[in-house]
Design a protein around this ligand. Structure first.
Ligand code: TRP
Length: 454
């Protein structure tokens, strides 16, 4: 039987949008975007990030989906299929392999941070986040990072939850999560935003995010922004390719992907506009304080809000759910491939991959306290984040853009985009051929040069 026919298909275009949005919207938007914006000086970083989303992220996302749609298999086998079809050397399949590895590397630290969110659900629900001062919130978070056992329990719990959905098969497991809980998350973020406007220092926050002060942005900050455009849209490692493989025959790729990209960007900006007013209203808090930013600032906001405990519980729960629907797409490419080899069933295949990522997460947990206390110690968490976001994902994206822009037959590209010849199609193709690859290459080389010189 043709392997390409074994694959399930999403119900309709909306299911794909919801699943892709579920993958895209996650910790990257709510946890990572605000804290890296804070670390990189604000406005100019946000502007570069938005440019990267528009000129690299969204065009490359379309390219990734159309490879998946053409191949209709796991990213590894889809890449093999389109490579053969184009009469090229099998080395291009490496895009798929690198994606599986990158997915597990991301999952390692992602599930640790998602575990932080689960812990905060428990803290909020049991009233331990009520009426915290900024300093107390900082101490609470710091103490938690030193509590290895607690970190491991929540990391393991999140890994288990992810395993369950992937083992059941994503077309079955994800629809409901995305359809019901995502809009809910959006609503709670809006409540936080209103709180920030009324009670926080909103004007300082707005200025911080949208005043473009370029002297505050370094070349390596530009690479962080580019890398984050990939991270937040789940690009460059085959996740969106794997989802594209489940896409129905006739669905307009460009419109669908633009919807996903706009939703994802909106969530990140709203999260920033909700978090920074609290940061600037509390003298002890620093925008550049790093990965704890959300966990230190928001409890203070919830603490002084009517029904704050309920909102806090709900918020951290929804963050965990958003992380969950993202994590699924980190494991799916590898799982789909293992199933296609015919050697493993879905459940054991998923178990194996989740276990590998779980071990990496244990490394992150340990390096966050006793290993990391030593300045020469291992910084597994930071290294995994750096290697994936700033090296592997942009490289994956670069090769995907080159492949679709230069090596696939134009007729195939047109038919998989489901686009008649259209002026917008030509603009997109021009961006994928010239603009995205050039931007990725220039930013990567310039920041590498910057690191070597300084
Ligand atoms: N995009 C998700 C987030 O922002 C994370 C994620 C899920 C991801 N799948 C991915 C990142 C694939 C890179 C590649 O939280």
């Amino acid at each position: 039987m043709d392997q390409r026919k074994m694959h399930g298909v999403w119900g309709n275009r909306w299911t794909f949008i919801l699943a892709a949005t579920g993958s895209a919207v996650g910790l990257g938007n709510i946890w990572k975007f605000p804290y890296i914006t804070g670390e990189n000086g604000g406005g100019a970083f946000v502007l570069v990030y938005l440019v990267c989303i528009a000129l690299v992220g969204i065009p490359v996302m379309m390219a990734e989906v159309l490879i998946g749609r053409r191949g209709r298999m796991s990213p590894i086998n889809s890449m093999r299929y389109v490579t053969r079809e184009a009469g090229l050397h099998g080395a291009w399949t490496a895009i798929g392999w690198m994606g599986v590895v990158a997915g597990l590397m991301i999952m390692a630290f992602y599930s640790v941070v998602a575990g932080w969110a689960l812990n905060y659900v428990l803290l909020a629900a049991t009233g331990q986040l009520s009426s915290l001062s900024g300093a107390a919130a900082g101490e609470l978070f710091g103490g938690f990072l030193g509590d290895t056992n607690r970190l491991l329990v929540f990391h393991s719990l999140f890994s288990l939850l992810t395993f369950a959905v992937v083992a059941a098969g994503v077309t079955r497991g994800l629809g409901m999560v995305a359809r019901i809980l995502m809009p809910f998350l959006f609503a709670v973020l809006l409540v936080l935003l209103v709180y920030g406007v009324v009670e926080g220092n909103f004007s300082a926050a707005f200025g911080f995010l949208f005043d473009f002060k370029f002297d505050k942005l370094s070349m390596s900050g530009v690479l962080v922004a580019l890398g984050h455009a990939f991270f937040t849209l789940s690009l460059g490692m085959g996740a969106i390719m794997a989802y594209g493989a489940y896409m129905p025959e006739h669905a307009n790729v460009s419109r669908t992907i633009i919807t996903v990209g706009v939703l994802d960007t909106a969530v990140a900006l709203i999260a920033g506009l909700a978090i920074f007013p609290v940061v600037f209203a509390n003298p002890g808090m620093e925008p550049g304080s790093g990965p704890g930013l959300m966990f230190v600032s928001l409890p203070v906001a919830f603490g002084s809000m009517p029904a704050g405990e309920i909102f806090a519980t709900l918020f951290f729960l929804l963050v965990a759910v958003a992380a969950w629907s993202s994590a699924v797409s980190l494991i799916e490419p590898g799982a789909a491939w293992l199933v296609e080899t015919g050697k493993l069933k879905r459940a054991p295949a998923t178990f194996l991959l989740t276990l590998v990522a779980w071990c990496g997460g244990v490394g992150c947990v340990l390096s966050n306290n006793w290993l990391g206390d030593n300045p020469d110690g291992l910084h597994i968490f930071e290294s995994l984040d750096f290697l994936t976001s700033q090296i592997m994902l942009p490289l994956g994206g670069l090769f995907i853009a080159i492949f679709v822009g230069w090596l696939m037959r134009r007729a195939i590209v047109v038919s998989e985009m489901d686009a008649e010849e259209h002026p917008l199609f030509d603009i997109w193709l021009f961006i994928v051929r010239f603009v995205s690859p050039a931007l990725i290459a220039v930013v990567m080389i310039a920041s590498l040069y910057d690191k070597l010189v300084s």
